[in-house]
Ligand binder design. Sequence first.
Ligand code: 4ZY
Length: 270
Amino acid sequence: MWPGVALSLEIMETLYSKKSKFQQIDLYQTRHHGKMLVLDGIIQLTEFDEFTYQEMLAHLPLFAHPEPKNILVIGGGDGGILREIGRHDLVENIDFCEIDEDVIRVAKEFLPELACGFDDSRVVVHIGDGNTFVNNKTNAYDVIIVDSSDPIGPGEVLFQKPFYQGLKNALKPGGIIATQGESVFMHQAWVVTLAGITRELFPVQAYASIQVPTYPGGSIGICMGSLGPDLIRPARQISHSLQTQLKYYTPKMHAAAFVLPYFAEQMLKG
Ligand code: 4ZY
């Protein structure tokens, strides 16, 4: 997916390496980046910088929504997004749908600081296909978060318009979606596709870009659609106690994430 580009991290030990029903799962101890989860040869997270992605993919939609009570998360078997959602007291229920239960098992064994997200009693785990799950839901969620891998392998269907139509149908009035939106540097065709789909389907649409040093090109996008609320400014204040639990998200970072370089602005105009 990244012609001519490679990222090397020094590995001390392989802690887990096995093929699941869906993909090759590898878990390494790196020298400088903590543990690292790799699926089909692609870095999903390192303990060094996972907070940037988890915080922003969770808190952008949750703070953009005035009253997020019912949440759906698709993908993200490591549990990091659940950990971040769990910090919101307004949230009442979190449906979580992941296709590969082996990823959850590996995270629970090796990545307890992410998999602690599963300990939240509001979380209901569904093992299965996210597209099928969402197509059986209507008017059910205030916020839907899609923490997918890349559009190859099991994640491919999650980058297509019918899936986004299903997400829209599953939202309550005023609902918001936030999806893993690839990189404005590395995956321009995918970014344009995702922005086009959300622009067609949602009255309010925005694209954020955040820094993740161990993702290809060092950044990743978050593609968002809303049936009502503004996305670019938080709808609610953050409490001091929640702010001090975080490392990346602040209300200023919320707004700043949507400010894009000129080439990306042009690319996303449609
Ligand atoms: N699920 C997070 C993730 C995002 C992008 C890439 C890999 C993992 N490339």
